[in-house]
Design a protein around this ligand. Structure first.
Ligand SMILES: Nc1ncnc2c1ncn2[C@@H]1O[C@H](COP(=O)(O)OP(=O)(O)OP(=O)(O)O)[C@@H](O)[C@H]1O
Length: 622
C-alpha cells in the first residue's frame, strides 16, 4: 500500500512538469499582433491555453483522482482482505458460537438432569436422614438394652464365678475322694481278683456244664431196618433240662420199665438257650486266664451232639470256615478270643501278647495245622508231645503265630480247620474224626515290669496282697514254686528266663471228636480204626480226671497224646470246663448216658474239693 502511494505520487509529479513545459513555450511568440491590437488567434490561443490549463488541471485532477482511486482500490483490497479475514473469523466465531450453543444446550440438559439428580439426592438424603435418626434412636435403645444385659451378665458372671469357686473347691474335694476311691478300687480290684479266683476255686477247678441240643431233622430221619412205630419212638425226646442244674433222662428201653435218671452239673442248658448264654457262663474263666491261670474249655459228647456248634459255631455243608457275619451264632472259640483281646485292651499297652497254635489229635498222633510248606501253604505236619524238665507238656517245633486281634486269630483257625479230618457217619455228614486243640498262649510282661504297678501303689499293699495270696493259695504256691516278688499279681507260673519278667498262660479250646458206640455211628474200616482211637483217647481223658479226683500221686497224662497235650490245663491250678453236649432223642440214649456218666465222673474231681471244704454233694443219679 505504501509503495503504490509513492508510485502514484511520482506519476503525479511527471504530469505536472509536462504541463508546465508546454505552458512556458507557448507564452512568448503568439501574444501580440502587428497593428498592436489583440488578434483572434491570440484570443484563441489564450482560450486554448486556458482550455489546456483546464485540461491540465482536469488531467491533474484525473491523475489525482486516479491516484485516489488507486489508493481507494488499494484500500478496498486492503479492506477486502480485512473483510476476508473477518469472514473467516466470523465463520470460526460462528462455529465456536454454534459449538457453544450446543454446549450450552447439552450443559443445560445436563444441568436439568443434575438438577433432577440433586432433587432425588435431596429426597434420598432426607429419607436417609430420617432413617439415620430412626437408626440412631434404635441404636440408642439397643445400647441401653445391651448395657442392661451386660450389666446383668456381669452380675451373673460374678454369681457364676462364686459358684465356680464353690464347684472348684468341691471338684478338688471330689478329686481327692476320687483318688481315695481309685486307690480303694485298685485294692478292691485286687480283692476281686482273689475272690474271683477263690470263687472259681470253690466251684471247683473242674466245672462241668451240659448242653442239650434241639431235635434236628437228622434225628428224625428214617432208617431202613426199623418200623415206622419204632422209628417214631427212636426220634422221641428223652433228655430234658429240668432246671439250670439238672438233666432228666427218660430211659424207656424196649422190654424194660421206664426209668428216670437225673444228672446234676454246674450248669445245664436247654435246647432253647443261645450261644450267648452259653458263653456268658464261660467268660469268667477268661478273667482267671489273665489273672495267671491256665484254662481249658473242652466240648465232650457223641457224634452230632453239637460240640463243634458249641465250640466254633454252625458250619455249612461245604465250607468249614467260621463266619463272623452271623455273630449271634458264633461259638465259644471266637467269642473267647474276642473276650481275651478285650481284657488285654484294658491292660497297659504292650504288656500282653498272644500266640496261637492249632493242632489236631488224630489216631493218637499230633498234627500241626499251622505248619507251612515252602510255598507258605498250611499242611498238617506230625509233631510229638514231650514233658519238659519243669514237668510241663511241650510240642517241639509246633508253629505259633502271633495275633493282634480276634479277626487275625479266626483267619488262622480257619486255615487249620480246612485240614481237620472229617468223615460222614450214620449220624451226620461232617463228623469230626479228630480232637481239635486251639491254644492261645498269653505272655504277660510282669512283676519287675510296670504292668501291674497301678494295681499296687505301695509296698505295704503289695505285701498285704502277697499275704492274702499265701492264705488263699498256700498249696499252689508251694507246688508251683511260685516266686512272689513284692509286686507279683497272681499264682501264675513264672518263666525263669529274663529275670522273671514274663508269665505265660495257656487257654486251650478243645473240640473233641465224637464219643460213640461203633454200631450207632455205623463206621467200618479206616473209620472204625479212627473210632477206636477216639474212644481210647477219651477213656484216657476219663482216667486222668478219675486219678485227679482220687488225688492219686500218679496222673496218667501220658497214656494218650490228647491228655499229654492237655496236661498243663487239666489238674493243678488250671481251670477246666467240660461242656457236655447231649443229643436229646431216644436214638442216642446209650451215648447220651455215656456222656452224662463221663461228666459226672469229671465232677468227682470237683466233688472231692467241695467235700474238703465241707460243701454238700451236688451230683446225684437215680
Ligand atoms: N444247639 C444247637 N442248635 C442248633 N443246631 C445245632 C445245635 N447243636 C448242634 N447243632 C447242629 O447239629 C449238627 C451237628 O452238630 P455238630 O457238628 O456240632 O456236632 P458234633 O458233636 O461236633 O459232631 P462230630 O463229633 O461228629 O463232629 C450241625 O448241623 C449243627 O449245626
Amino acid at each position: 500500500m505504501v509503495d503504490s502511494k509513492r508510485f502514484l505520487a511520482r506519476g503525479g509529479e511527471c504530469w505536472v512538469r509536462a504541463a508546465g513545459a508546454r505552458g512556458a513555450g507557448g507564452g512568448t511568440g503568439e501574444r501580440m499582433r502587428p497593428g498592436g491590437g489583440i488578434s483572434p488567434s491570440f484570443v484563441a490561443q489564450q482560450r486554448i491555453r486556458q482550455l489546456e490549463q483546464k485540461l491540465r488541471a482536469k488531467e491533474e485532477r484525473i491523475v489525482v483522482l486516479e491516484t485516489e482511486n488507486a489508493l481507494l482500490h488499494l484500500k478496498l483490497a486492503e479492506f477486502r482482505g480485512l473483510i476476508g479475514r473477518d469472514t473467516n473469523e466470523v465463520t470460526q466465531l460462528n462455529f465456536v458460537h454454534d459449538k457453544q450453543q450446543n454446549l450450552c444446550r447439552s450443559t443445560s440438559s445436563i444441568i436439568i438432569q443434575v438438577y433432577g439428580a440433586i432433587q432425588r439426592l435431596k429426597r434420598d438424603l432426607k429419607n436417609l436422614h430420617s432413617f439415620a435418626l430412626e437408626l440412631s434412636r434404635d441404636f440408642q435403645h439397643q445400647c441401653k438394652n445391651s448395657f442392661y444385659q451386660v450389666l446383668t451378665a456381669v452380675q451373673r458372671i460374678q454369681l457364676q464365678n462364686e459358684a465356680m469357686q464353690t464347684f472348684q473347691t468341691k471338684a478338688f474335694d471330689l478329686e481327692l475322694s476320687l483318688q481315695e476311691v481309685n486307690e480303694r478300687y485298685q485294692q478292691e480290684k485286687q480283692k476281686r481278683k482273689i475272690l474271683h479266683n477263690s470263687l472259681v476255686e470253690l466251684r471247683g477247678n473242674i466245672r462241668v456244664h451240659c448242653r442239650i441240643r434241639p431235635l434236628l431233622p437228622f434225628d428224625t430221619a428214617s432208617g431202613h431196618s426199623v418200623s415206622q412205630d419204632w422209628h417214631r419212638k427212636l426220634s422221641e425226646k428223652v433228655a430234658h433240662a429240668t432246671d439250670d442244674e439238672t438233666v432228666l433222662v427218660k430211659c424207656n428201653r424196649p422190654g424194660h420199665t421206664l426209668i428216670n435218671k437225673t444228672f446234676q452239673f454246674d450248669r445245664v442248658y436247654s435246647a432253647a438257650e443261645s450261644q450267648n448264654t452259653v458263653f456268658a457262663d464261660v467268660a469268667p474263666l477268661l478273667t482267671s486266664l489273665l489273672d495267671g491261670y491256665n484254662v481249658c474249655i473242652m466240648a465232650y459228647g457223641q457224634t452230632g451232639s453239637g460240640k463243634t456248634y458249641t465250640m466254633l459255631g454252625p458250619q455249612s455243608e461245604d465250607d468249614v470256615t467260621l463266619s463272623i457275619e452271623d455273630e449271634l451264632e458264633l461259638g465259644i472259640i471266637p467269642r473267647a478270643t474276642e473276650e481275651v483281646f478285650r481284657l488285654i485292651s484294658e491292660k497297659p499297652p504292650g504288656s500282653h501278647w498272644v500266640e496261637v497254635s492249632v493242632v489236631e489229635v488224630y489216631n493218637n498222633e499230633i498234627f500241626d495245622l499251622l505248619a507251612k510248606d515252602s510255598c507258605g501253604r498250611v499242611f498238617g505236619v506230625k509233631r510229638d508231645v514231650v514233658t519238659t524238665k519243669e514237668g510241663k507238656s511241650d510240642v517241639p517245633l509246633l508253629t505259633y503265630e502271633t495275633v493282634e486281634n480276634a479277626v487275625e486269630f479266626l483267619q488262622l483257625v480257619d486255615k487249620g480247620l480246612q485240614l481237620r479230618v472229617k468223615h460222614p457217619t450214620l449220624v451226620h455228614a461232617h463228623s469230626s474224626r479228630s480232637h481239635l486243640v486251639v491254644t492261645l498262649t498269653i505272655t504277660t510282661k510282669a512283676v519287675s515290669a510296670d504292668s501291674f504297678a497301678p494295681l499296687w501303689t505301695d509296698e505295704q499293699s503289695s505285701q498285704r496282697l502277697s499275704k492274702e495270696l499265701f492264705c488263699t493259695f498256700p498249696q499252689q504256691m508251694k507246688d508251683d514254686k511260685l516266686i512272689f516278688p513284692s509286686r507279683a499279681s497272681s499264682p501264675a507260673q513264672f518263666e525263669s528266663t529274663e529275670k522273671l519278667k514274663h508269665i505265660k498262660t495257656k487257654l486251650q479250646l478243645v473240640d473233641l471228636a465224637g464219643s460213640e458206640c461203633v454200631g450207632m455211628s455205623g463206621v467200618t474200616g479206616v473209620a472204625l480204626r479212627e473210632t477206636s482211637f477216639i474212644n481210647r483217647s477219651l477213656s484216657a481223658l476219663s482216667d486222668v480226671l478219675g486219678a485227679i479226683a482220687e488225688q492219686r500221686s500218679h496222673i496218667p497224662y501220658r497214656n494218650s497224646k490228647l491228655t499229654h497235650l492237655l496236661q498243663d490245663s487239666i489238674g493243678g491250678n488250671a481251670k477246666l470246663l467240660v461242656m457236655l453236649c447231649v443229643s436229646p432223642c431216644q436214638k442216642y440214649l446209650a451215648e447220651s448216658l455215656q456222656s452224662l456218666g463221663f461228666g459226672t465222673r469229671a465232677r468227682q474231681v470237683q466233688r472231692g474239693q467241695v467235700k474238703k471244704r465241707n460243701l454238700p454233694v451236688s451230683s446225684k443219679s437215680k
